[in-house]
Design a protein around this ligand. Structure first.
Ligand code: ADP
Length: 685
């Protein structure tokens, strides 16, 4: 109830509706052709149904009430039926309008515009076919019951039904069009006005000639009627239908034309007239809907074409299309703007368009490669992709990435090539700059490694040189002694030779390190290298009162290593550990532990010194806390271990001391060979 009140229409609209309804009654009265039947082309029915189709359902009671007022006024003014009969007939009319509106809106959804074939068919079948049956039943029964104009139910029913159906077919489309375009300003162009005027004249002429009986065939009106429907769609059809109904009725009432006759045959003729109007309406509405659908399809097509074109033109890429043989057929505006000419501008007699376009835009150095790849794609249908330089309108060549792919029909034949071209100049320039920066960096790091190398040479060679100098003095002393002690001098000379050799060794090792030489690597177990290092350091350890505890896991796997380099690492770490324990008061124990950890062999060298204050910094070149230290040892060790594919790091022990750990990857190939050999051996056994 509340919603009915909320949906009450504006009073002005209700008043207009009542006025139009009364006018419709007057129109129907005029169209009451068969004398004495009270039945005519019921125009208010079409108006009523169209109104309900557009109005919200909760507002329907208001329109029904307004319709009742209109009907009673019409009855009072023209039809003069008794009040109860008038009310009963109105009930039939209202039920017809509601049923028609409900069925059509249910089937097609709102708003009903009669723009599609589905809408028109639903409107014709449900609105103009089924709904009038309700009104015809109620109305004819009322006529028979109240014995109005001596009508029987069966005689009145068909006239009533077809009268209402024609009223719906002729008036509802016009009403719908008027309601929908009430606020719209659909202006016709001058040409359309001229066409409409010419059409109107022809229509009126043909209608007058045919319906007056001058031309024997009423349906000759169809061509101009359909013309109106095709060109002016629903509005054209609706207006011409109303005009047709008027002209037909006027001629019939005045006794002229095909549908007029003596009172006996008039009944038959009215049915023919109504059928004529109904068929005309049906045809015109269907044609109007088809025309509208066609117009909409054309509009949609042109819209999608426009949006596709806009998409192509606004994409940040240069786009082109070519025929299956490669002949360019379309350049996007951006591409034309970039190269400075349109697709057909380079056409010259004797040269294909493709060749002349390529010659004009591709850099001479890239032209041959482009032509070759393009020919390959055109021959095979494979996608084309290449980077080359493209000539801009100002003559500057810019790097672009050109890609194209074939568009194929359903049977796989190439119908067109579509291509896209991206400007990658900045990218290429950026890559060049990056390469330059990398080269600079490489040069800088080379300089850095040179500095490292010099420092390490100085560091490693310094010790044997010092020893050589010391031994040379000693040798000299023994030789200059009285008498010269040849034996001792000879021993010193031997040491000099040893030290000189080890200095030479250091130099060659460092050179090998610098080269990251892989050739000198052999596959061996770490245990032998550890044993050598321990032997080498044994004397020094004893001197510095350091006990060495070596724990090497048995059956260690093979590792590929440069023996000299790994020894250098071990000795460096051992010596560092001893240095660290110089100030240790308690047990000076030094531990070397080697074991396999998955794919690596891990060596731990631990001491009981004070531990490492900054485990990350100690690997930096020239970081030292020692008075005469160089800070190069650990940096070189890490470099050696990493060049072997391993890692070196330091950890502090609890409660004190440090552990230096390095890993070396297991030589999988050597391991596989060994296990295969072992397998063969056991097999042989
Ligand atoms: P240096 O030969 O000058 O000592 P290294 O690279 O061998 O250079 O070592 C760098 C620094 O790392 C040392 O100065 C020392 O401070 C620290 N360091 C190295 N090994 C140990 C260790 N076992 N315990 C504590 N500190 C250590």
């Amino acid at each position: 109830m509340m919603s009915v009140w909320l949906h009450r229409p504006r009073f002005l609209h209700l008043a207009l509706f009542v006025a139009a309804y009364v006018l419709g009654c007057a129109f129907a009265h005029v169209l009451g052709i068969v004398p004495g039947t009270s039945i005519a082309i019921w125009t208010p029915g079409g108006l009523f149904m169209a109104t309900l189709m557009l109005a919200a359902t909760p507002s329907w009671p208001w329109w029904v009430l307004a319709g009742c007022v209109g009907e009673l006024i019409g009855q009072f003014l023209w039809f003069h039926s008794p009040l109860p009969a008038s009310l009963l007939m109105y009930v039939g009319n209202a039920l017809e309008a509601m049923a028609g509106a409900w069925l059509v809106t249910r089937t097609c959804g709102r708003p009903v515009r009669l723009e599609t074939l589905k809408e028109v068919l639903a409107f014709v079948v449900l609105g103009a076919g089924i709904a009038p049956a309700i009104s015809a039943t109620v109305g004819s029964a009322t006529l028979a019951w109240f014995d109005i104009k001596s009508q029987t139910f069966t005689a009145a029913w068909p006239l009533w039904w077809i009268g209402d159906a024609t009223g719906v077919l002729i008036v509802a489309p016009l009403a719908l069009d008027v309601f929908h375009n009430w606020h719209g300003n659909s202006q016709l162009s001058a040409a359309r006005w001229i066409e409409a005027s010419v059409l109107g004249l022809i229509f009126l002429g043909v209608a007058a000639l045919s319906l007056s009986g001058y031309l024997p065939f009423a349906y000759i009106i169809m061509p101009p009627l359909l013309w109106a429907a095709v060109r002016f769609e629903l509005r054209g059809a609706a207006i011409t239908l109303i005009v047709l109904a008027l002209i037909t009725t006027v001629f019939t009432i005045s006794g002229a034309g095909q549908f007029a006759g003596d009172p006996e045959s008039q009944r038959q003729r009215q049915i023919m007239l109504q059928l004529f109007l109904a068929i005309s309406a049906l045809s015109a509405l269907i044609v109007a809907a088809i025309s509208r659908q066609h117009q909409l399809a054309v509009l949609r097509l042109s819209q999608s074409e426009r949006s596709l074109r806009e998409l192509v033109e606004t994409l940040p890429a240069l786009i082109w299309c070519a025929a299956p043989d490669g002949k360019p057929i379309y350049f996007s505006q951006q591409l034309s703007g970039f190269i400075g000419f349109n697709v057909e501008d380079k056409d010259v007699a004797g040269t294909s368009r493709l060749a002349s376009v390529l010659n004009a835009i591709i850099h001479p150095d890239d032209l041959a490669a482009v032509k070759k790849l393009l020919a390959h794609s055109l021959a095979t249908g494979e996608p084309y992709a290449q980077k080359h330089r493209l000539r801009r309108f100002d003559g500057e060549y810019r790097w672009v990435e050109m890609r194209a792919a074939a568009m194929r029909s359903g049977d796989g034949a190439i119908v067109q090539w579509n291509g896209v071209c991206l400007d990658i100049e900045d990218q290429v320039r950026g890559r060049d700059e990056l390469r330059l920066a990398q080269e600079n960096l490489a040069r800088a790091s080379q300089a850095a490694s040179l500095a490292e190398l010099s420092a390490s040479i100085a560091h490693e060679v310094n010790q044997p040189l010092a020893a050589i100098v010391a031994n040379s003095y000693a040798c000299q002393r023994w030789l200059m002694a009285e008498p010269p002690n040849i034996e001792r001098a000879q021993k010193r000379a031997e040491r000099i030779i040893q030290d000189a050799n080890s200095a030479a060794d250091v130099v060659s090792r460092i050179r090998a390190l610098f080269k990251h030489s892989v050739e000198t690597r052999t596959s061996t177990t770490l245990s032998s290298v550890i044993a050598e290092a321990r032997d080498l350091m044994a004397e020094e350890a004893a001197r510095r009162r350091v006990r060495m505890e070596v724990d090497v896991e048995s059956n260690l796997p093979f590792v590929a290593l440069d023996r000299v380099q790994i020894q250098q690492v071990l000795i460096n770490l051992i010596r560092n550990g001893m240095d660290a324990m110089d100030s240790t008061v308690g047990d000076r124990v030094f531990g070397i532990r080697v074991r396999r950890m998955g794919d690596v062999v891990q060596t731990e060298i631990s001491d009981r010194g004070p531990g490492v204050a900054s485990p990350d910094r100690i690997f930096e070149p020239f970081f030292t806390t020692k008075e005469h230290g160089m800070g190069m040892g650990l940096a070189i060790c890490r470099s050696i271990v990493e060049s072997h594919g391993g890692q070196l790091w330091a950890e502090n022990n609890e409660p004190h001391g440090a552990t230096f750990i390095f890993t070396l990857p297991v030589d999988a190939a050597a391991e596989a060979t060994v296990s295969r050999a072992a397998g063969n051996q056991s097999h042989a056994l």
